[in-house]
Design a binder for this molecule. Structure first.
Ligand SMILES: NC(=O)c1ccc[n+]([C@@H]2O[C@H](COP(=O)([O-])OP(=O)(O)OC[C@H]3O[C@@H](n4cnc5c(N)ncnc54)[C@H](O)[C@@H]3O)[C@@H](O)[C@H]2O)c1
Ligand SMILES: O=P([O-])([O-])O[C@@H]1[C@@H](O)[C@H](O)[C@@H](O)[C@H](O)[C@@H]1O
Length: 544
């Protein structure tokens, strides 16, 4: 039986026809610069990266030295046909994002008690936010464009969706189990969703809560890592790609949160040891790490939307060896996104945050899995570390090693389903012994917040596979001077805006500040088409 490719779309006359991708979006702008050249297939740019090196003089004074580096960037303009394989496809997020893309593709509208709703991609940074391109030279007004059109990106309407789940329900049944979407919408995509069935997956019971056993009826043989599991997943990816005529497949983990894996020398500390550990069936290799290894070996980018340490050192080394992209961890959807924005604001306003009480309860299967202490611990870590960089950066407020009290509590309350209740209190010291207390009650419809992030993670990851760089060498007679183009580092830290615990190349700092994360992504994309970073200085409105 052909793997679970994108099912044919039932056309209006009841026959079925495969979905024809939308025509490629015309590029919204062109860059008029001697440093940017357009060919049919590529955008080639010469970019001057400017930063400031800090050293210390003998008398202890800081010395700031501007530094610039010349890069060449190359962007492939042709948008490929993209397949997305979700691990945990039958879950709340997987079924919701699938139904959402089908609905957007068909421009569906549906009735609710508040009236008619129409499909949208709200909550997606790429599809529903804008970036400043520049200033209108006549009016002086900002010109803002859709983030999605800063570079020639794929469109989620064209994604071909598939994936795996340990639960054998088809996607229509999964959508019903999730209890996220309105029946009037579900019924319009039910037929297509019913034709989609997750591939059987690997299940190593010790990594997720015991309360997940009931749904585990769609399994590959074997309850611990083995080469056969890696090979089966690689075969699944290859089949999905060929059956659907795809140019590219991206694999994304939206399955249950696993417990952390112990990092063991000789087992998962290097790429070679990890591959050997899988061959040996080592019980400390998790399903998510097996999926990551299989994706890396198959050349498919792998993104981890959950908080566990999927990317053990051996997996990171393997990705680097294979020049395969990886990214993670843990979608940053509601409570934590709010936290990272609020903490960024408070600390950068010179307000000394001294306590963060972060409680939530939810009633979906994710909450059920997190009711088990070892799985909760994975989430507690990712939800707690999100303030570290902002605190450490403000030595005016915090001494070395000083930080706010921070507690994270998650309770499983089935009655509220996917509609998580987040209750936070931020307590801060202000001027002359005063205090500020901020109390937030934030109902996060978790899957409707996470689904657009899945789309953004796929869009940005796919875009990064079409961007390359090299250090600029003025064209010389000796062509040996002209260097080869390179990929970005295998660990895609540009994904950090969508993630609670951003994975960064080993030895590089983690940035959790939401504003910095968005600016970094915006300015990397601007650099790819030879544009300067957006500084918002608007000197043209100040110096005249
Ligand atoms: N707002 C959010 O929803 C949000 C935010 C951040 C992180 N996350 C994380 O995203 C993940 C998914 O969230 P959800 O609400 O969709 O959870 P869910 O429990 O509804 O879905 C998880 C799915 O994974 C499946 N699964 C478990 N182990 C598997 C395996 N080894 N292979 C294949 N499938 C497997 C389960 O059967 C289930 O269908 C969780 O880890 C959650 O912590 C969610
Ligand atoms: O809203 P947020 O903090 O980004 O993240 C969510 C948590 O608040 C929730 O407890 C958990 O079940 C979800 O998986 C997700 O992690």
């Amino acid at each position: 039986m052909a793997p679970h490719a994108e099912s044919p779309q039932p056309a209006s006359n009841g026959t079925t026809a495969f979905f024809a991708p939308a025509p490629a979006q015309a590029e919204l702008f062109t860059v008029n610069s001697p440093n940017v050249a357009y060919t049919d297939n590529e955008i080639l740019s010469k970019y001057t990266y400017r930063t400031t090196d800090i050293t210390k003089s003998d008398d202890g004074k800081l010395v700031a030295t501007p530094r610039q580096t010349l890069y060449d960037f190359k962007v492939e303009r042709k948008v490929p046909k993209v397949g997305v394989m979700l691990v945990g496809w039958g879950g709340n997020n997987g079924s919701t994002v699938t139904a959402g893309i089908l609905a957007n593709r068909r421009g569906l509208k549906w009735d609710t008690r508040e009236g008619e709703h129409e499909s949208n991609y709200y909550g997606s940074l790429m599809m529903a936010s804008t970036v400043k391109l520049g200033i209108d030279s006549k009016t002086g007004n900002e010109i803002n464009i859709p983030f999605h059109q800063l570079l020639p990106m794929a469109h989620p309407n064209d994604f071909v969706l598939g994936g795996w789940d340990i639960s054998g329900l088809n996607m229509a049944e999964s959508m019903d189990r999730a209890q996220v979407l309105e029946p009037t919408l579900k019924n319009q995509v039910r037929k297509e969703m019913a034709n989609m069935k997750p591939l059987p997956s690997i299940y190593y019971p010790d990594f997720i809560a015991a309360n997940q056993t009931d749904r585990a009826d769609n399994l590959l043989a074997g309850d611990k890592a083995c080469d056969a599991h890696v090979e089966q997943i690689r075969t699944d990816i290859r089949n999905f790609k060929s059956v659907n005529g795809l140019d590219k497949v991206i694999v994304l983990w939206t399955a249950n949160t696993e417990r952390f894996a112990d990092i063991i020398e000789g087992v998962n500390d290097t790429a070679a040891n990890l591959l050997q550990a899988i061959k040996n069936g080592h019980e400390e290799v998790s399903p998510s790490t097996v999926f990551a290894v299989a994706s890396i070996l198959e050349g498919a980018p792998f993104i981890n939307g959950s908080p566990q340490n999927t990317f053990v050192p051996g997996a990171i080394e393997l990705a680097d060896q294979h020049k395969a992209y990886i990214g993670g961890d843990d979608f940053k959807s509601g409570q934590t996104k709010m936290k990272s924005a609020l903490v960024d604001f408070l600390i950068n306003a010179g307000i000394k945050l001294t306590s963060i009480a972060s409680y939530n309860h939810l009633g979906n299967n994710d909450g059920k899995n997190l009711s088990s202490q070892r799985q909760f611990r994975s989430k507690e870590i990712s939800k707690s570390n999100v303030v570290d960089d902002m605190v450490a950066a403000n030595t005016q407020l915090y001494k070395e090693g000083e930080h706010p009290d921070h507690c994270v509590v998650i309770k499983y309350m089935p009655a509220v389903g996917d509609n998580k209740r987040a209750l936070d209190e931020y307590y801060a010291e202000i001027f002359m012994g005063g205090h500020q207390t901020i109390s937030i009650f934030n109902v996060c419809e978790d899957s409707l917040l996470a689904s657009p992030l899945i789309i953004d993670l796929v869009l940005v990851t796919e875009m990064m596979t079409r961007v390359q760089w090299r250090e600029h060498a003025e064209a010389t007679e000796n062509q040996a001077e002209v260097k080869e183009y390179n990929n970005f580092h295998s660990v895609l830290s540009v994904l950090s805006y969508m993630l609670k615990a951003p994975l960064t190349p080993p030895g590089t700092p983690v940035v959790n500040s939401l504003a910095k994360q968005r600016a970094a992504l915006t300015n990397v994309f601007r650099a790819c088409v030879g544009l300067e970073p957006e500084s918002d200085m608007t000197l043209e409105h100040k110096l005249f």
